[in-house]
Structures are given as structure tokens and as C-alpha cells.
Design a protein around this ligand. Sequence first.
Ligand SMILES: [Mn+2]
Length: 346
Amino acid sequence: MTLPNLDRFRAALPASGRLVLCTHRHPDPDGLGALVALQYLLQEEFGLEAELVLEGRIRRAENVAMRQLLGITALPKGGVDPSRYAGVIIVDSQPAFTHTAPPGGLPILGVIDHHLGPEDCSAGGIPFAWVDPDYGATSTMVHDLLDGFGVEPDRRVATALFCGIRYDTNDLARDASVEDERAYERLHKLADRKLVAAIDQPALSRDYFRQMGESIQACMSHGPLLLILMGEVSSPESVAEIADWFVRLEGQQWSLAGGACDGRYQVSLRTDMPGADAYPALRYIIGEEGSCGGHGRMAGGQIPLTELSLEQVRSLVRGRALEVFGLGDQEGQSLVRATRSSAAGD
Ligand SMILES: [Mn+2]
């Protein structure tokens, strides 16, 4: 576990001017929390204005609610004029990840992330590269950065950071370090609990229920592995949500969900095996065709649907998943049919 290097952070910042802060495409609560808190730190401690760039529509109901209820505003797409900004800081992602495209023409001044990545950021000449997979959430890292500078989060910032940590660590139950625990407990006291509850239980669309129905139809079980490889889905976040949902099926240890959206096949891998590491398995499954990141029991990635068709990518993912779990070319059992026949046998 590394602590933030405050001198290095300070040295990476310009003396004046404006900054752009960004995260991965389709930002999640951890990315949003880290952005909001970093923007606050830059203003409060360094007198630097920073604007957010959010790439990809936010569609998961919880994430939409978080953005609306916390009034998180961002520059319009394509709205970054590089001549107006001194540089970019990336949170909860890294420049080498294909789901992250920082605005062009600007130097990357900092990277704050807790994912394992394909490249060592500090080797790329980025002045403040702080990547540490021991953290359960990037929001914890940004909390510790504020704490290091003695900047107390206000209620909005505390609420944003708290949501970031709670969703990335499943309320400290998943991959949480001592640092995550400390930040979570402290922020829980400072956060607006009514807002936290409203963000957690937003209204869900009909489309959401329709898609969950489709995912049940699509689910095939192969020994310890559940494959939910769907066609078109309404959002990349829904793939992560489906993987999270199916990993809760009793007796299963891994769930791999996939779905096509915005010209990419999005894939999420989850496991509930204590101490298991999802990233190496997904790295193998994605192969050279795409990119992925992950930490602990969760990993996500995508394969562009440019050279390969949806069907080709689906069969590639399926084949490699069976291979990496040593399942050969096992047929698999439909979850729905298995459930029906066992119910009929009762
Ligand atoms: Mn995260």
C-alpha cells in the first residue's frame, strides 16, 4: 500500500491555468467520486479551476442518480479547446486502457488509479502517476490525497467519495484495504445519508427489466462458470450489472457476462471465490483483440467490433473462457431449463 506523494502531486500541477479531469468511458460512482473530490482539492488547496470531461453516456440508474443529485456538470462532448487548459489528470483509469481517451493535445499531468494495467504509467513520463491495486477504490486514494493536504471534504464531496467507495468495494465486503475502511467510516459520518439512499434505490426503466429477463434466458452454466454472452445491450454498465447479479447464484464461483454496445463487445468477469484474481483470466479471454483491467474479484474489458463480427467475438470469448477454466468444449446447461427440470422433479 503506497501513500500519496504530496510533493510530487504539487510539483505536477501548473502554477496557474485550468485543468481537465477525466475518467474511463461510461463513468461509474468510483470515477465520479474521484473526479468531484479532485476538482474540490484543486480549487481549495491550489486555487486551480478544473473542468470534468465525461465520455460515454451514463446509463446505469444508480450512476445517473448520482450525477443528477450531486449536480455533477461536465464539458460538452468535444468541448475541450486545448489552448484553454494546462493539462489532464485521469482518475480510476489509465491512458493505456482503450476505454479511456483523454482529450487530445494536452499533456497528462497525473494518473490516480487502483486497477492493474498493461503498462507502468510512471515509466511513461507522467509527472504524478499513482497506481496502486491494493486500494479497493480510487475514491479512497483521492480521499487520502485530500487528507494529506488537510482539506476537509464538504458534504457534497463526502457523499460523492462515499458512494465511490461503497460501490467499488460492495460496502467494504470486496477487496477493501485498511485505507478504504478508514475513508469509508469517516465519509459515512460526513455524507448526506438521504442522498446516499436516493442514489442507491433509483427508479428502474422497463428496458432494465426486459434486459434482465433476456440475461436469464442467455445464461449457460459450465461447472464453476456461468456464461451470459448477450447480443446488443442497452449500456456497457448493464454488462457489469449482469455479471454482479449472476455471481450471486448459489454454488457458482465465476460469472462472465458480455454484451455489444457502441461498437464494442463489453465483457465483465466476477468471482465470489475468496482471494481469487479475475484479471489474469480476463486478460487471457480478451487476448490481443481488446483490452481489459481489473482488481481482485472483478475485471472488465472490451473488444472492438470492427475487424470481428459480434458472432465471432462471442464465440471467441466463449471458447477462451472454457479453455482458461479447463472446461474443454463443454456443452453447458441452460440456467432456465435446468431450473425448470429441477422444479419439475421436486
Ligand atoms: Mn474503481
